[in-house]
Design a protein around this ligand. Structure first.
Ligand SMILES: [Zn+2]
Length: 454
């Protein structure tokens, strides 16, 4: 039997970007969107076009250049927002307008100062307008989990009649619990007329630490789209973490027999790129992508992992793209290995650019022996800063060296389990800062040619 497919809706560039210190400019959003495309997400929410000219430009730029995934932008349930969103999205290959309006009594009374009836009419009219512009329309009743269930179902039915194609159920304030959210999704499926033709979506926040658990509960109850962010960034305690949702389904298909199109071994490089762009590090013990997620410190754990990785590992580091010890970059690594790692981190350089990166890489490797991802990202940033240019982002397909997946067994050498995954971006390393721009490595040029072919 074919397994149901879950649409992965990434909102790193919209909800994620709203978290403190995580704002991104147009170029940064574009780089991140290109990496999200490579990661395989189905929908990219690129921004909130009415919020600022920068956000408008970012959505427009992503819509114009990222052609595979659906590209969406957020709009309040009013004409000016919806028209602005459409202006930004209209050149997308697959545009979607995402309209939202709060439906809970507490929001209606204190924020919107409107009655339930006014709310229902405004939601319906807004979706109707969006539908007149764009075939693909998503509606979110903000604060759905604190909305009176009967009224929530009435609003959902009204917007479904008006042409919404995806009904998203946001736990805006991170209030719900898995059993309760399961029941809510089941009730919506039972009560909303015509729901079987539409996609139900979940959008969970992590204020009580249940965002991923609630998202998985929604999927098990029939939701077929999940909204999430890379590294779980987002308002307050953050959104549901994309990597945790995806890997929960990969590691426990017995409980979650669903497929996604996410390429799991690109999860770690994607998270690294996000940290590099925002300057915000991931907590070390974060599941899947934290620095310590695959590091074993306790002697008994090390002993067990040496005998058989299955004793303490439920997935391989390679399955999520954490570099293998055999791929640690040092001064004996060639340009090819360096170029490949750069591509995995989201950069594709022309030969001349790679030459410059490589020259500085060799000098640095002489000093600090092992080059971790954060060193490399700093080095790339510094190089381009001094060249007064923006680093190009990767756009095409590349062969991945980390081919293992969670289900492909534990063929990795034991040594790999003791190599600490790369540390996260740190303040600029003085060793890198002091590197002269056009310095030549003290290697003979023949050796350089040799390394080029490695
Ligand atoms: Zn949100």
């Amino acid at each position: 039997m074919e397994r149901p497919r879950i649409t992965v809706f990434d909102t790193t560039l919209r909800d994620g970007e709203q978290s403190p210190g995580c704002s991104m400019n147009v170029q940064e959003k574009l780089r991140m969107a290109q990496q999200l495309d490579r990661l395989g997400v189905d929908v990219i929410e690129a921004g909130f076009p009415i919020a600022s000219d920068g956000d408008f430009e970012a959505v427009q730029a992503v819509a114009a250049s990222i052609r595979r995934p659906v590209i969406t932008g957020l709009a309040r349930a009013c004409t000016v927002d919806i028209e602005r969103a459409w202006q930004a999205l209209k050149n997308a290959a697959r545009p979607r307008i995402h309209v939202f309006l709060a439906t809970s009594d507490i929001h209606l009374k204190h924020k919107l100062r409107m009655s339930r009836q006014q709310c229902l009419e405004q939601a319906r009219d807004a979706v109707r307008l969006a539908k007149s512009l764009c075939e693909d329309v998503e509606f979110s009743p903000e604060d759905a989990t604190r909305t009176h269930t009967e009224f929530l179902c009435q609003v959902l039915e009204a917007v479904a009649d008006a042409g919404a194609t995806t009904l998203n159920i946001p736990d805006t304030v991170g209030f719900t619990m898995p059993a309760e959210f399961t029941e809510l999704i089941q009730t919506i499926r039972r009560r909303v007329r015509g729901i079987e033709k539409l996609t139900i979506s979940a959008h969970c926040h992590d204020d009580l630490g249940f965002a991923v658990a609630n998202s998985l509960a929604a999927i098990a109850a029939g939701a077929r789209q999940v909204e999430c962010t890379v590294s779980g960034i987002g308002e307050r305690a953050g959104n549901a973490s994309l990597e945790e949702i995806v890997m929960a389904m990969r590691v426990r298909p017995d409980l979650y027999p669903y497929d996604t199109s996410v390429v799991s071994d690109r999860l770690y490089p994607t998270s690294q790129l996000l940290s590099e762009i925002t300057g915000v590090a991931v907590q070390p013990n974060k599941a899947i992508i934290g620095r310590n997620a695959f590091a074993h410190e306790a002697g008994i754990h090390q002993d067990g992992v040496l005998k058989n990785p299955l004793t303490y590992e439920i997935m391989t580091p390679q399955s999520v793209g954490v570099p293998d010890s055999t791929l640690v970059l040092g001064k004996h690594s060639g340009r090819h290995a360096l170029g490949l790692r750069c591509e995995q981190l989201g950069f594709q350089f022309e030969r001349r650019e790679l030459d410059e990166i490589y020259r500085r890489f060799v000098i640095l490797a002489d000093k600090i022996k092992t080059i971790q991802d954060h060193h490399l990202l700093e080095l790339i940033r510094k190089t381009f800063e001094q060249m007064q240019r923006v680093p190009p982002a990767h756009v095409g397909e590349i062969p991945m060296v980390f081919a293992a997946s969670a289900s492909s067994g534990h063929s990795v050498s034991s040594a790999a389990y003791f190599s600490k995954p790369s540390a996260l971006p740190l303040p600029v390393d003085p060793k890198i800062r002091d590197l002269p721009l056009n310095s030549k490595p003290d290697h003979h040029c023949e050796q350089e040619d040799y390394l080029w072919g490695v």
